[in-house]
Design a protein around this ligand. Sequence first.
Ligand SMILES: N[C@@H](CCC(=O)N[C@@H](CS)C(=O)NCC(=O)O)C(=O)O
Length: 207
Amino acid sequence: MNSLKLTYFDFSGGRAEPARLAMHIGGIPFEDSRFAPSDFAQVRQSTPLNQVPTLHVNEVQVTQSDAITRYVGKLAGLYPEDGFQALLCDEVMGALEDINIKIGATFGMKGEEQKNAREALAADALPRYLRWLQNQLESHGGAFMADNCLTIADLKAFGILRWLSSGKLEHISSDLLETVAPKLNDYMTRIAKLPAIAEYYGSRGVS
Ligand SMILES: N[C@@H](CCC(=O)N[C@@H](CS)C(=O)NCC(=O)O)C(=O)O
């Protein structure tokens, strides 16, 4: 078994959370190397692209969150074996990463600029992506994003939907999900109640 070390911020969310959850659910041993946001400037010096997350697989330090999640998802049995279902899983992962990038771009902004950019996202791109995700869910059976079972696409969707609904993103209403894609809201609640996920967050004191 390769030794695995995942390096990311010490919070329950963001680009490493699906990989953390996948390894937890699959019982894959790994070093969960967390650092305080205030240490980012120093930590990034030791990463190939000055970004996190990274995954050390033995001595090799790998970048790109979706590649990392896919790798550990395979180890954990949370990635479809069927090629077409894998495509549908990857499609959802890619769309979710688009959301990450769109919102991420507003973090460097301040004041009116940030307000305008986020209100524009909440009026156009986010509803479009959320409705599309809801449609994927429904057309793939209604319970999971792909393969009729829990996959890494659900873990990533869960994290991003929880973030969008948290009320922590200024100028993005915590009601957005309920307003534009209510079935995704029910889905997020169901995923949160899956025993392995409820137990993971319960043990970390995250509600
Ligand atoms: N494509 C990369 C993006 C990684 C990324 O942007 N990470 C953020 C933190 S979540 C970061 O390190 N930002 C600093 C920077 O890009 O300079 C991935 O998916 O891992």
